[in-house]
Design a protein around this ligand. Sequence first.
Ligand SMILES: *Cc1c(COP(=O)(O)O)cnc(C)c1O
Length: 376
Amino acid sequence: MSAPIPFNRPYMTGRELWLIAQAHARGHLSGDGEFTRRCHAWLEAHTGCRKALLTHSCTAALEMSALLLDLAPGDEVIMPSYTFVSTANAFVLRGAVPVFVDIRGDTMNLDERLVEAAITPRTKAICVVHYAGVACAMDVILDIAARHGLAVVEDAAQGVGATWRGRPLGGIGTFGALSFHETKNIISGEGGALLVNDAAHIERAEVIREKGTNRSRFFRGEVDKYTWVDVGSSFLPGEIVAAFLCAQMEEVQAITERRLALWNRYHEALADAEARGRVRRPVISVDCTHNAHMYYVLFRTLAERTAAIAALQAQGIRPVFHYVPLHSSPAGRRFGRVHGAMDHTDRAGDTLLRLPLWLPDLDIERVVEGLLGHLA
Ligand SMILES: *Cc1c(COP(=O)(O)O)cnc(C)c1O
């Protein structure tokens, strides 16, 4: 049999080790050196955020947003259940209650039409997840948030390089959280960033990220003592990680274009199977320019998805599914609450399948043939 096709393979541009060698030669290995500054400048230029701060993960960036919003036990955050655990955990760590609302059946994003009815006097924020790098209906979300005085946190872990009405994801809400985990489009192994879009939060974000100290202001010469001023933790990556990420940022456009070519190939190849009602393909609204983070299909039933996985695995191809909806997980039941029916969430948990999508040399035709053969 031909070589197995893994679900993901981390892509290297070839410049990572060169930049890491430069970081090494500079002799500054802790955080916030030259390479972190370059990443911040890149993020600020490419997302329009007021301030970008590298973190060691998207999870950490979400935790920082929960600290910045001063969430207290019993406060509520409206979010989808069809997401990665960090979306909820970051707020649960502060004692807040995730209020799970169903997703849309077309985009797998939080259904904006259901959000307002889930608001209570304890609601403090709406956390949206731009699933597969396809934006949520941000006009509706921002309008609801403004009318009810709520913060908007964008879990844009999958959204680097994607836009909504021309605005980069993560640069739209109060805060945006990006991920550079090795399964994302641009990577540093583990890594992330907090995007601060409201200038009023910048100074405190720097403090929280630097163990609750005013170290950033001290190094800028704005204060003459460096001391403990607020709660905080260590949320910043070292320069080796930032140097690796710099190499990836330099190539983001080419990476996105090459991923889009693969995405479009899947999309075109599966049109007929969709017309025959065997699978449903992703839907991209006219408001969205996506980043080809993910190609997925929806089967009609769990049994049909299970059969497709078995057929592909028999050919050495490793598709994956996700998520166990958070509202039905043990911790989700313990810490969260459901508002309304969760039909689309449950359906996606049962029927969505992600196909391998990675650079540089994925044998996509083998995946296409395997799947079309099974669906014939
Ligand atoms: C990957 C991902 C995360 C977590 O990112 P890390 O950088 O691994 O912490 C959070 N939310 C979503 C939607 C993700 O896809």
